[in-house]
Ligand binder design. Structure first.
Ligand SMILES: [Zn+2]
Length: 447
């Protein structure tokens, strides 16, 4: 199956060819751990989880890595505010982030590197950049020299002169160029500091990710680097610049960016008090509903969160899982066993949609179709073992590939007895009894 992915670097949908046959290395930027993640943070996590699951289904060996930035001014400030150590803050939010990932049924990462464990490597990396004259000392800080690489701006497609005069870039008198960014910052505050020959301080955010990509995968170029759309510039642009300066690679062959999440058509922000925490939404609507919300719109498009939309997502996924549950019950109640058969034709169409730059909304059309077929089959009293097993396994495979948590209950012998009595009452035209028994069975969710 030919997979196509949209690569932001070339601004085109390209055939996906892994560096090594059947192996795919993915890195996407993780959180700075000083707060609970909002729903915008978790969208990328779910998108790359679906990509991982899909590639695994196609028998690729996937190594998916996401980092934790556990050294940061924001963590230091939070620790001061709450009278705790930085480690207490970062560990607390790492745990809560991991819990949110679990609640969203995200696969275990190949590795989740923490910046604090890579400090020696980060310092070495900056040293090499200095040796190569891609970095310079200015005052007590070390900066990356963006003019040392020929195609700075290649990812964000912004012209250097625009970048240099862009209002987003903080003016810093020590910098040679406005686009130059800090690799190492000397600090006098009470926060954690590290010894380096260029001074006691802390690394810049853009360096951490490059170093962790290189170290965890032990190579200068991986298959896919991803993150939220907002990371394209300056974060990812600056990661590429450093990788070009040291390894002459663009760090990844494909750069994938995930769209924003808006809330009630407004950009999420703390000041508008609409930065909805993922844990609260999961508590209210469930992890499956939030996953459905993230994936039902194409990953590159912005999505809008409203209570109506999330409710609709919740109802949809519950409908699909209920179809599976009822079909499983139907087999049990009728003393039948689900056999190992899938509809390869419909499954292929489903996978082809995913192969088209993760066109999940198109893939969901097949989920909907199959759910309809399952519900139609309930009209017949006799189980068509062949056909209905195929429906069951195919729908199961699809929902599983999309990463939904499917927890199906098993009926008990007493439910089966009730079902027999219900059928007998119907056969005897004892409608009062059969109605009563049907109601009981429905209440139990058995039919
Ligand atoms: Zn990053």
């Amino acid at each position: 199956m030919k997979i196509k992915l949209f690569d932001t670097l070339t601004n085109s949908k390209r055939d996906f060819v892994p560096l090594k046959d059947n192996e795919v290395d993915i890195y996407y930027c993780g959180p700075t751990v000083y707060n609970y993640p909002h729903i915008g943070n978790m969208r990328s996590v779910v998108v790359f989880d679906v990509l991982t699951r899909f590639l695994q289904t196609l028998n690729f060996k996937v190594r998916c890595v996401r980092n934790y930035t556990d050294i940061d001014d924001k963590i230091i400030n939070k620790a001061l505010q709450e009278n705790k150590t930085e480690k207490e803050i970062s560990e607390f939010y790492i745990d809560s982030y991991a819990k949110t990932c679990d609640d969203l049924n995200v696969l275990k990462m190949y590795e989740t590197p923490k910046v604090s464990n890579y400090m020696d490597k980060i310092i070495n990396f900056i040293d090499v950049l200095l040796e190569k004259k891609a970095a310079y000392k200015a005052g007590d800080d070390v900066f990356f020299s963006t003019s040392s690489v020929s195609d700075y701006g290649c990812l964000s497609k912004m012209k250097i002169d625009v970048l240099e005069h862009g209002s987003r870039i903080q003016k810093n008198s020590n910098k040679k160029n406005e686009t130059d960014f800090v690799l190492w910052k000397k600090t006098d505050d009470n926060g954690i500091k590290f010894d380096a020959k260029f001074g006691k301080g802390r690394p810049g955010w853009h360096t951490e990710c490059v170093v962790m990509v290189n170290s965890v995968f032990n190579k200068p170029l991986i298959d896919i680097h991803g993150g939220g759309f907002d990371l394209k510039f300056p974060h990812h642009e600056n990661e590429i610049a450093q990788s070009m300066a040291i390894h002459n690679t663009k760090l990844a062959n494909y750069w994938m960016h995930v769209g924003f999440v808006n809330v009630d058509n407004e950009k999420m922000s703390k000041s508008l008090n609409n930065d909805l925490k993922a844990k609260d939404i999961i508590e209210q609507y469930g992890g499956n509903a939030l996953r459905m919300f993230f994936i039902s719109t194409h990953y590159r498009s912005p999505i809008n969160f409203t209570s109506d939309i999330i409710l609709d997502c919740k109802q949809k996924i519950e409908k699909y899982i209920e179809a599976l549950q009822k079909l499983k019950n139907r087999f049990y109640l009728n003393f039948e066993t689900i056999i190992d058969k899938t509809d390869l034709d419909i499954l292929n169409k489903f996978f082809e949609s995913l192969a088209d730059d993760l066109n999940i909304s198109n893939a969901l059309v097949y989920v909907e179709q199959l759910t309809k077929l399952i519900n139609q089959s309930f009209r017949f009293s006799k189980v068509d073992v062949d056909k209905e097993s195929t429906y069951y396994n195919t729908l199961y495979k699809m929902l599983d590939t999309l990463g939904f948590k499917i927890e199906l209950k098993s009926l008990k012998e007493e439910d089966r007895q009730l079902f027999i009595e219900y059928n007998q009452a119907k056969a005897n035209k004892n409608f009062e009894l059969s109605d009563k028994l049907r109601e009981t069975l429905q209440k139990k969710g058995a039919i």
